[in-house]
Design a protein around this ligand. Structure first.
Ligand code: SF4
Length: 727
């Protein structure tokens, strides 16, 4: 077989196109990994509009993870202190459906929870919503996107009346000023950064501002690096707004015609004079003025952000405060300009489209909205009122629900909360108490598998056909190109089979994932994310396509096969008509004062710990920990400490440091570097118990969350440092 499959990298939200071909090809030496094992060939797909042939080390080495440590068969055990035993799918399905029925009738549907993942394809997400929110009547579906970008979702909805990043990657190469805040794009979204950096280097008039307490590789490339104190983002953003207002760099016409609530915002920013802001943020007035000048004097300003903004107890306020700057200067709805959140997971966007958070329904609908519920009930063939009007439990609510006994069944799929959730000691203790946990994943072991009663083997990206949407709303079909190992099944098929066995036979009578997708897109009709012009067939023919992409009716009447929809409307940018999805069509300013960190440093815990990611690793290393090259790039965790702090504490390079927070402690070798500001320390979040002893960043973090997005503040907590003996 020499066939090349065009697909998508399943790591990050950049969504790079890949071309994959089998290890053995006529006339060519068998393709092998660094240990001599045959592996699929992977290279960048030059025809993919988002990545144009580029891939980073994660995408380039992905094939090496396909066959390692795969979970191949269903397994069960009676209690967590027993060994797993292999069972048939029949036995596993029987056990699961009986348990669901028991919990449903003894504790109610609201005791059934599912925690999913941005690794899902859209079809997986969609069927999970239909099963939980539709058929079972429980809105307790949340995904790891809650930990990643739910503040961006809430911010867009509050400011624009609907979710959805308004920009596209082309804007990276059209802007005059790129404002990057809370994003280490160079390491976490490398191909987005490649595009921006190349353009920036070619065009010296283009300005790049990076706001980050660390001097990251992203900050190294900037014209201006603002190393603000953690938790002072809103001070900075309001301070820039104050100067723009003072200098008259505002678009009064846009504010007047296209926005609301400006006067409340103007009243807030009045208090953020340069003197106050510089002091608060720990930067110079000159740097603050430079940032405001770069913004104010640019024709086109593009903001990029990710988890440094979103993972905050004031995450939604931060997102809206970024958007405010765009609204006050009219920097939206045109090439090279706009607020642009970068998603972490490969299909977190698809999750948003399919309603994959506890407060959402498919098609960018809200659980709380009666009309939205009715529209979904109609397509799902449900009785009126069958979808609960109450938003379900978020990821952290499920942990609390395990603690207080309100969760009777927890189904975790394609994610690893025993590493990625905050306050891991508490998280793990709660998982230990779970009466019944199903863990569905492609890999075994993982840290979370230790807390499961049932293990279900999932087919992953390469072994199932489905759709993923990247950060710029580009939808790509990812066809299966290999057989799943053992008895692994696509996630959506597992959910659908459970649905049928619970009696919802017609609701889950799908022959394949193309039929699932066809039903899903019906629920996007006339919604902001209208994709009614898309299908598996059309994506196969036309290639990756951005939404909105409504049905265009351009197909030839006489044709019996799908034709390219070249003339179909497809949205590079949202809001080009300067009309928004709010009831009055105006974008809303959000007026926020800075509240700072939920857990600021104090004399007992004098340092701020910030957590983040490294170039070669992905999340909890479920894949990258099994790939030689990426493991060698980052063999162990570490803690970055400023030389001044290290000198005061008597810590030398590579010396182990015990880091203590109010919740737990962990130990890391010190990396003494001026890349981190004094008073702040940095630890990467990738290491769980499987990969290193006592080096879990999230053992230290806390679950305090944004009141609007309910996203935990994983980015900052107060810690103390104690030098330990060299080990
Ligand atoms: Fe994959 Fe993201 Fe790297 Fe692209 S930038 S190859 S999507 S990990």
């Amino acid at each position: 077989m020499t066939e090349i499959t065009k697909t998508l990298c399943p790591y990050c939200g950049v969504g790079c196109g890949l071309e994959v071909s089998p290890p053995a090809q006529p006339g060519k030496a068998t393709h092998r990994d660094s240990q001599g094992n045959p592996v699929w060939r992977v290279r960048g797909d030059k025809s993919h509009p988002s990545s144009q042939g580029m891939v980073c080390v994660k995408g380039a080495t992905i094939a090496e993870s396909l066959d390692k440590n795969r979970l191949q068969y269903p397994m069960v055990r009676e209690s967590l202190d027993r060994e797993f035993r292999r069972v048939s799918w029949e036995e596993a399905f029987d056990l699961i459906t009986k348990r669901i029925q028991t919990v449903r009738f003894t504790q109610g549907p609201e005791a059934i929870c599912m925690y999913g993942s941005g690794q899902f394809q859209t079809e997986d997400y969609y069927i999970a919503q239909k099963l939980l929110k539709g058929c079972l009547g429980s809105n307790n579906f949340d995904a790891n996107s809650r930990l990643c970008m739910s503040s961006a979702v809430a911010g867009y909805i509050q400011s624009f009346g609907a979710d959805g990043p308004p920009c596209c990657y082309e804007d990276l190469e059209l802007t005059d000023c790129a404002f990057l805040i809370g994003t280490n794009t160079a390491e976490c979204h490398p191909i987005v950064f490649n595009r921006l950096e190349k353009y920036h280097k070619r065009n010296r008039k283009v300005k790049m501002i990076v706001v980050d307490p660390r001097r990251t590789p992203t900050a190294e490339a900037a014209d201006l690096h603002l190393a603000i104190r953690p938790g002072t983002d809103i001070d900075l953003l309001n301070g820039i707004a104050h100067l723009l207002m003072r200098w008259g760099h505002i678009d009064a016409g846009f504010i007047d015609e296209c926005t609301s609530n400006f006067s409340a915002y103007a009243e807030v920013i009045r208090h953020y004079s340069p003197e106050v802001v510089a002091h608060q943020c720990g930067i110079s007035i000159e740097d603050l003025e430079t940032a405001a000048r770069y913004w104010g004097e640019s024709q086109r300003v593009l903001s990029l952000w990710s988890m440094g903004v979103n993972q905050s107890s004031e995450g939604t306020a931060k997102v809206r405060t970024i958007i405010n700057l765009h609204l006050m200067t009219g920097q939206i709805g045109k090439p090279g300009a706009g607020p642009f959140s970068l998603t972490g997971q490969p299909n977190a966007m698809g999750g948003r489209e399919a309603g994959g958070l506890a407060h959402l329904l498919p098609g960018y609908r809200l659980v709380k909205n009666p009309q939205h519920r009715a529209e979904v009930e109609d397509v799902w063939g449900l009785k009126r009122g069958q979808i609960s009007p109450t938003p379900g439990m978020t990821a952290w609510d499920m942990i609390v629900g395990l603690e207080n006994g309100s969760v009777g069944l927890l189904w975790i799929a394609a994610t690893n909360p025993a590493v990625s959730m905050p306050d891991l000691k508490r998280t793990k203790a709660a998982l230990m108490r779970s009466p019944f946990t199903i863990y569905q994943d492609a890999y075994y072991p993982t840290e979370t598998a230790a807390y499961a009663h049932v293990l279900l083997p999932a087919a992953q990206w390469s072994e199932k056909t489905g759709v993923m949407t990247n950060s710029e709303r580009t939808v790509t079909l990812c066809p299966a190109f290999r057989r799943p190992p053992g008895e692994a099944k696509p996630d959506w098929e597992i959910f659908a089979e459970v649905g049928r066995r619970l009696g919802f036979v017609g609701e889950f009578a799908f022959a394949n994932s193309a039929e699932v997708y066809a039903e899903f897109v019906k629920l996007t009709r006339d919604r902001p994310c209208d994709m009614t012009g898309l299908s598996h067939e059309q994506l196969q023919i036309n290639g990756p396509t951005q939404w909105p992409h409504p049905e265009a009716g351009t197909r030839e009447e006489s044709s019996t096969s799908p034709q390219p929809l070249a003339s179909s409307p497809s949205g590079k940018r949202l809001y080009t008509d300067l009309r928004f999805h709010t009831p009055d069509g105006r974008a809303r300013f959000g007026a926020y004062h800075s509240r700072g960190l939920a857990e600021p440093p104090d004399p007992n815990y004098p340092f701020v710990l910030t957590t983040g990611r490294l170039y070669g690793h992905w999340h909890t290393q479920t894949r990258t920990g099994r790939i030689e090259k990426t493991r060698q790039m980052h063999p162990e965790p570490f803690i970055e400490i400023h030389p001044r702090d290290a000198a005061v504490l008597g810590i030398s390079d590579n010396q182990f440091v015990e880091v203590r927070s109010r919740r737990s402690k962990a130990k890391f070798p010190a990396k003494i570097t001026k890349a981190i500001a004094p008073g702040t320390v940095f630890v990467p979040m990738h290491w769980g118990a499987l990969w290193a002893d006592n080096a879990e960043a999230n053992a230290l973090t806390h679950p305090e969350s944004c009141p609007d997005s309910l996203q935990p503040e994983l980015k900052a907590c107060a810690v103390q440092l104690v030098p330990a003996t060299v080990e």
